[in-house]
Design a protein around this ligand. Structure first.
Ligand SMILES: NCCCNCCCCCS
Ligand SMILES: [Zn+2]
Length: 343
């Protein structure tokens, strides 16, 4: 399987995130991508190519232009205030506060952020656009006839919505790629999010559309991040009604429960008649993940890959979460190798 990878991911290296009430070192680190790349090489998964630049247009097919401009300019404006440390919001535009976009960068940071775990740094825009190019290059190769491609995307993307960042995500790589597949002639595309956390961003982007089916298996938002989206009764709106499927599972759910949800999701994708599949591949479903609470063990990721191959669709994998850095390479490549072995 072909891998698309850019060293530019290293430009996103936040120092700290506010988690469980204290500032802690970021869980989303460059070493995550290093470990995955090493495993891709070690397991001889296939060729590794660098992304082609695609510019802003494909990004603006799913993201708000003002939001993109904020991401592009935030660091310069923040450092012009004499601040050399990560940019994190200090409040939110919460219920009954005015939904006006502030002029000042500090206010915009609050307006465009979902949480305070997603630091904007000097290299954030460069890293995030390189990740989008990585996913887009994967989509290009799928259109060119590749059966499956792995986009080693970092920073991740599935929590980034039309006009806000969060969950370590700035640009929604999987959504950008799904839209590119649609723009290149694929009539129906499915996005399956197997990360531990609900793909609120991807759901937000496609919620009112019937041409992109979104499905997510995740920790129940009643207790798990992102708390305010990912419930089973969210089925889409308008033309998109019936094209959004959430499978929230209680924290601590056993592996067999997880695979039952996966089989339900795969059945919906087959019914939908998808011509291509984009997988938001988070492996924070791993039993040893430091911020998540499912029970998958490394061999289960091989099973996951094989199940996905059973759909017999052109498939683009986009890396999302996974914070147990030691085993992340094994777990990610297990999915990809399991997919390939199914043939
Ligand atoms: N106590 C858990 C806090 C979670 N903070 C954000 C998690 C983002 C996951 C991205 S895949
Ligand atoms: Zn996650």
């Amino acid at each position: 399987m072909l891998t698309v990878y850019s060293d530019a991911h290293r430009l996103q290296h936040g120092q700290s995130e506010l988690i469980d009430g204290t500032l802690k070192p970021c869980f989303e680190t460059p070493s995550r991508a290093d470990m995955v790349l090493a495993a891709v090489r070690e397991r001889e998964l296939g060729d590794i190519i660098h992304p082609r630049r695609h510019g802003l247009d494909p990004i603006l097919r799913v993201h708000d232009a003002d939001y993109a401009r904020f991401l592009e300019t935030a660091w310069q404006r923040w450092s012009d205030m004499g601040r050399d440390y990560d940019a994190l919001p200090k409040m939110w535009q919460i219920r009954r506060l005015r939904e006006a976009i502030p002029d000042h960068v500090e206010g915009q940071l609050c307006y465009y952020s979902m949480d305070c775990g997603t630091p904007i740094t000097a290299g954030t825009w460069a890293a995030a656009t390189a990740a989008a190019d990585t996913a887009l290059t994967g989509a290009d190769r799928l259109i060119g006839g590749e059966r499956a491609v792995f986009a080693l995307t970092r920073p991740p993307g599935h929590h980034a919505a039309f006009d806000y960042c969060g969950g370590y995500c700035f640009l929604n790589n999987a959504a950008i790629a799904a839209q590119a597949l649609r723009d290149r002639g694929m009539r129906k595309v499915a996005v399956l999010d197997v990360d531990y956390h609900h793909g609120n961003g991807t759901q937000d982007i496609f919620y009112r559309r019937a041409d992109v089916l979104f499905l997510s298996i995740h920790g129940d938002p009643r207790t798990e991040y992102p708390f305010f989206l990912g419930f089973a009764d969210e089925k889409g709106e308008g033309e998109g009604l019936g094209y959004n499927f959430n499978f929230p599972l209680s924290a601590g759910s056993c592996v067999s429960t997880w695979f039952v949800a996966l089989d339900c999701a795969l059945d919906q994708i087959a019914r939908f008649g998808a011509e291509a599949l984009v997988v938001s591949l988070g492996v924070d479903t791993y039993r040893g993940d430091p911020i998540s609470r499912f029970q998958l063990d490394s061999p289960d990721f091989v099973t996951l890959g094989a199940r996905l191959a059973g759909l017999k669709l052109p498939t683009l994998f986009c890396l999302e979460g996974g914070y147990a850095v030691g085993p992340i390479g094994t777990n990610v490549v297990n999915v990809l190798a399991g997919f390939e072995a199914r043939g």
